[in-house]
Structures are given as structure tokens and as C-alpha cells.
Design a protein around this ligand. Sequence first.
Ligand code: AMP
Length: 275
Amino acid sequence: MQVCRSIPELREARAALPQRLAFVPTMGALHAGHLSLVKLARAHSDVVAASVFVNPTQFNDASDFQKYPRTLDDDLRQLEAAGVDLVFAPEATAMYPADEVAVSVDVPALTRQLEGAHRPGHFEGVCRVVLKLFHLVQPSAAVFGMKDFQQLRIIEAMTSGLNLPIEIVRGPTLRDSDGLAMSSRNRRLSAEERERAVAIPRGLEAAEVAFDAGEHDAAALVEIVRTAMAEVKIDYVAAVDAERLEPVETMANGGLLAVAAHVGPVRLIDNRLLS
Ligand code: AMP
């Protein structure tokens, strides 16, 4: 596995690899969810690249950025064991040199609601770094997790809207045995907070059971999630359509239930696609 810490190194390594390459961008602190994306990437291409970069431009909260777990040595061990061929792990100054004139990329119809409403500028930062990474790594396919469903939709729209020749692959959310979605931020939960966090998947599960039993009223489904999540501090619970991410009144045609909540010092997100 080749590890590149600078852009010139990456360009040289990339040039020596075949055109077909599947890419998994991450912010590190890897868990089994990330590795499931690597596996999916491998199913799309013989050659797999990953990036490990805690992207400063997507953090609207400086302390969240500072406290974000950084475990590069362990990440590299896991990526090597998973058979990754190339890792790009740049310093922030390589990605954003001090003299760079900031470039903004946006998908306004998808970036203002849900996470965008609570984290101003977050998705512009995501689009900026992902587009940079796409140009540097030049993948033919890139894998993104459905755990960050809004991010996935934005990347899909950016890729097709800018005619990038990259297939965006959706990776299912991996969960711990009690249902909590795996997340690098889970490491910051105390044992008591970790137990309380289970209210998030339980709420979504309760809504899905009601949906399957015929409850399609969006407000009623949102209320079911909220009731089950009484133990945590809810940021939002929303019922939206799964393409445009706009609020819906009925989920008769399916849709997305999306939640964000604070548990102790950590903000967690999760969602459930209903169909
Ligand atoms: P992150 O390192 O949190 O930026 O995530 C990198 C990629 O892993 C993103 O595409 C995420 O959506 C995806 N991801 C995060 N958590 C999970 C999970 N529990 N299951 C599957 N994919 C995930």
C-alpha cells in the first residue's frame, strides 16, 4: 500500500495506476463502517484508493474540529489489512495553501435544509474538499455512506450536475449490535451516554414499524421518533423526500426520516429510508 502525504507524491502514484479505480474518502478514526465501504469499492474495481483527511473547511464548530479523533497510524494499518492500494493523507496546508484563493462549490437546493440549517457552511466545505479529492485521485467510482444521506445526495447531484465521469456508489449504514450507527464520534461517548444514544436508532426503528403497519402521515411518524428519543437532546427530526430532501406531509410514496441529536458532548446523526 502506497501512502502519499503530498500532492506531487499523489499525482505520481496515481499516474502509475490503471484508469479504473474506486475511491473511499474518509476523515479517519476508521471503524467497520468505513471498511465496509472499502469492501464495496473493491467490488467495483481491482484498484482501491482511500483518503484520510480531517477537512477543516467543513467544520463550523472549531472545538468539534479540534476534538475530532485522529488515529492515522491505526487507520493505515486497517486500510492496509483491507487491501487498499493507495492512501492519500495530506496535511491541511497541502490541501489549502495559505495563498490559495478560496473556491466555493455548492448545490444550493440540497445544502440549506437538515444538517445545512444547523451547520452553516458545512456542505460547501464538503463539496470543496470532495471536488478537490476527485480531481486529485481521479477515480472512476467513489463510495459514500448512506449514514450521511444528505451528504451522499449532494455528492450525487454535484457529480452529475458538473458531468464528472465518476460513478457514485451508496454504502449501507453499518451498526453496532444494539442498532447505534457506527461513527468516529461514538468514541467520545461515556458508557452512560453510549447507552442513551441507542434511543436514536430505537426511534427510527419504531417509526419504521409504524410505517410498515400503514402509518404514512409524516407528522405522526416524526412524533413517534421524537417520543422514543426523549432521553437525548434533539436537534431535528424530519420527514423529507429522498431525492430533493424537501419536507413531505405523507410518506405514502416512501421517503427519508432524518435525525440529529446531542448526547452529552457529541452530536450524532442517523436516518432511515422508508419504502
Ligand atoms: P467520515 O470519516 O465520517 O467522513 O465518513 C467517511 C465515509 O464513511 C462517509 O461516506 C460516511 O458516510 C461513511 N460512513 C460513516 N459512518 C458509516 C457507517 N456506520 N456505515 C457505513 N458508512 C459510514
